[in-house]
Design a protein. Structure first.
Length: 301
């Protein structure tokens, strides 16, 4: 299966952004059936460049994550990336997970520090494990044979007390330790992204592929909950629009499609490397945004 860095290079040479989608492991068997028999089949019209699958708190979904990534690659023939975190794991456990992944044909990993179980509170390093994500990047790089992604935060990480520039410096350090590309946290103001990108490129002295993380809104209430957890800012005008829409979820979905389409058009005009949809295991909004913008991946070309 292809390295994502090679896909990015090919798409960049063609002047097109990479198009990818993120999934999370469903909690039930019925949810897994729905994801593969409905969502992924519907998304096939986009010829996605790759998919990614999240990794539950403390490795709680390790087996499901491995199963999903392997199935996506083997059955649907779509390159897939496994998320991997430092939470509640020693080096030996992480090495075992990576060995299983490689044995299953997985060669793309998104290296993350990870959030505390439950998503709140302070991160507590595991004795014998890693405290920072750059250490996980370094660990994976030294193993060899992998394409490594890392996370970037256009508004700064919610837990970085020293501010966004310090957080961006940490990101630059991860690139120096071997990360091949960046996937950003969701954001809604492109000015935040442009400042972030320019800072990182200046510090590195070179560009690096950056996949912009986009979440088409489906519910104002849900969005407020997400942003409270991740620290992303909802612009005042957007918040006003969502308050006006209220509990009308159908109107919220349409608003989300229109907002994401406008946001992405500006980002595409600025030649972003890729677009990574946080689709919440649903297909409709992602497909509609891609149709609005004429976006498709390269698979099958």
């Amino acid at each position: 299966m292809q390295f994502i860095r090679d896909i990015q290079k090919k798409r960049g040479q063609a002047g097109k952004p990479v198009v990818s989608v993120e999934f999370f492991p469903p909690k039930t068997d019925a949810g897994m059936v729905s994801l593969f028999d409905e969502t992924l089949k519907e998304l096939d019209v986009l010829d996605l460049d790759f998919c990614s699958v999240t990794y539950g708190a403390g490795g709680s979904t390790t087996d499901k994550t491995l199963e999903m990534v392997t199935r996506i690659q083997n059955t649907l023939k779509i390159p897939a990336m496994m998320h991997l975190t430092c939470v509640n794991a020693v080096r030996e456990q992480l090495a075992e997970v990576v060995d299983k992944a490689v044995d299953s044909g997985i060669s793309n990993i998104l290296a993350l520090r990870g959030d505390p179980p439950g998503g709140t509170g302070e991160f507590v390093p595991t004795p014998g494990g890693f405290e920072y994500s750059y250490q996980l990047v370094d660990f994976l790089k030294k193993r060899g044979g992998l394409c490594i992604g890392t996370a970037g935060f256009p508004e700064g990480h919610i837990h970085c007390r020293d501010g966004k520039h310090a957080d961006w410096d940490h990101l630059v350090n991860k690139i120096h330790h071997g990360a091949d590309f960046i996937v950003t946290q969701l954001f809604f103001d492109n000015h935040d992204f442009f400042e972030f990108r320019d800072y990182v490129y200046e510090k590195l002295g070179r560009p690096v592929p950056i996949e912009v993380g986009v979440l088409p809104v489906v519910s104002g209430k849900q969005l407020k909950r997400f942003t409270e957890l991740c620290g992303a800012r909802i612009p005042a005008a957007m918040l006003s629009d969502l308050d006006r829409i209220g509990e009308d979820d159908q109107a919220a979905v349409q608003y989300g499609i229109e907002y994401a389409s406008r946001q992405l058009q500006e980002l595409m005009d600025a030649k972003v490397s890729g677009i990574h949809f946080y689709c919440l295991n649903k297909s409709y909004s992602t497909i509609e945004v891609c149709r609005n913008l004429g976006l498709k991946g390269q698979r099958g070309q």
